[in-house]
Design a protein around this ligand. Structure first.
Ligand code: SAH
Ligand code: SF4
Length: 378
């Protein structure tokens, strides 16, 4: 009896990897474009239906390739039009994906990891610890499923116009699997989205911000949340490794490579922690005369958290102060309340809660998922 051949999952392969797969089978590399169109644009996953491929290539694909999307466990519909899907990530764990419809756009918020190692003190995903990186297939599979599961808008446009990596996990800690997904999102042979409509949100893994600028310069959002290292060290522990000045330098370089398009700075409003007018002044000072806009996020509580949301008045005053100081500042509207779909509330269901604390010298160095990023206490 011969050993079964391990099949390659074509979902999530970058164009380059798909071309290599074909070359290794003596096929012409341009077939990759056709296969990508079938998978992503026509949502076909049966190789026999890919009729512009030769019979022999289809037979080869049947023998050595497969198509394995992530398994959908559940769909939740909010009364405000938001939709949340729960995808299985194996061993009783799950990740979440959220669709947020607005008048002029439809945003899909996707997950990149099961849990997160970075342990920001106000985040439900961080509270569960890191479990594992999602594969490219599991990440792009969220987009593919959502597209198929949502009706087109009234005007015939696709439901999803924007994709943001603001679900569970730190995308730049899963760099090698996230970059092929970014390529597929913007590729003319896959989803063909504008780079302005794809946003990576990061808490500040500086070496990978620098790399991303060269590899796939999509829009960047940075979770700043505090205007001083003293405060940021406490609520965003990665700051001990990459402090604010280093982070902002990387941001301005990134913006320069994108013709000075704005970087969005996310700032979660935590009552009595980072929400005073003095904090607003400090923040304005940091970002003045730079290609920056600030998005204030009212804190979304989750079971067990000690933080509270700043009052609506405090958020308004904070935003006004930023605007008086010349910054572009907006406040994110909280959506999908009835299905727990808001920022920072996504917790999936992780049975193996591996709590990893940053800054705990007794634990020492640990990885965030990519072996090449080491995190240690400063
Ligand atoms: N790891 C990435 C992306 C996922 S989190 C990052 O940190 O940027 C997406 C956004 O939600 C981040 O700005 C994050 O700081 C914010 N967030 C996390 N917990 C939150 C909470 N409980 N309430 C409001 N926003 C939260
Ligand atoms: Fe991780 Fe982002 Fe949550 Fe921080 S805010 S713990 S980086 S998912």
């Amino acid at each position: 009896m011969t050993d079964a051949v391990k099949k390659t999952n074509l979902l999530g392969l970058s164009q380059g990897d798909l071309e290599q797969f074909l070359i290794a089978r003596n096929e012409r590399p341009f077939r990759a474009k056709q296969i990508m169109q079938w998978i992503y644009q026509r949502a076909v996953d049966d190789f026999d239906l890919m009729t512009d491929l030769s019979k022999s290539l289809r037979a080869e694909l049947q023998a050595s390739a497969e198509f394995v999307p992530p398994k959908v466990l559940q769909r939740f519909d909010s009364t405000d039009g938001c939709v949340k899907w729960l995808f299985s990530s194996g061993s009783g764990q799950a990740v979440e994906t959220v669709f947020i419809p607005e008048a002029d756009r439809g945003t899909l918020c996707i997950s990149s990891q099961v849990g997160c190692a970075l342990d920001c003190s106000f985040c439900a995903t961080g509270a569960q610890g890191f479990n594992r990186n999602l594969t490219s297939a599991e990440i792009i599979g969220q987009v593919r499923h959502a597209i198929a599961d949502l009706p087109r808008r009234g005007n015939g446009e696709a439901a999803i116009s924007n994709v943001v990596f603001m679900g569970m996990g730190e995308p730049l800690a899963n760099y090698r699997n996230v970059v092929p997904v970014l390529e597929l999102l913007v590729s003319d042979w896959a989803y063909g989205m504008s780079r302005r409509r794809v946003t990576v949100s990061t808490s500040g893994i500086v070496p990978h911000i620098n790399k991303l600028a060269d590899d796939c310069n999509v829009a960047l959002a940075v979770s700043l949340h505090a205007p001083s290292d003293e405060l940021r060290d406490q609520i965003v522990p990665i700051n001990k490794l990459h402090p604010i000045s280093t982070l902002l330098d990387a941001c301005w370089k990134y913006a320069e490579k994108r013709s000075n398009r704005f970087i969005t700075f996310e700032y979660v409003m935590l009552r009595g922690v980072n929400d005073s007018i003095a904090h607003a002044n400090q923040l304005a000072e940091l970002l003045k005369d730079k290609p920056a806009k600030v998005n204030l996020i009212p804190f979304n509580p989750f079971p067990g958290t000690e933080f509270k949301r700043s009052s609506a008045d405090t958020i308004r005053h904070f935003q006004s102060r930023l605007r008086e100081r010349g910054l572009v500042a907006t406040t994110r509207r909280t959506r999908g309340d009835d299905i727990d779909a808001a920022c920072g509330q996504l917790a999936g269901k992780v049975s193996d809660r591996v709590k990893k604390r940053l800054g705990d010298k007794s634990i020492g160095q640990k990885t965030t998922g990519d072996e090449d990023i080491r995190i240690s206490s400063a």
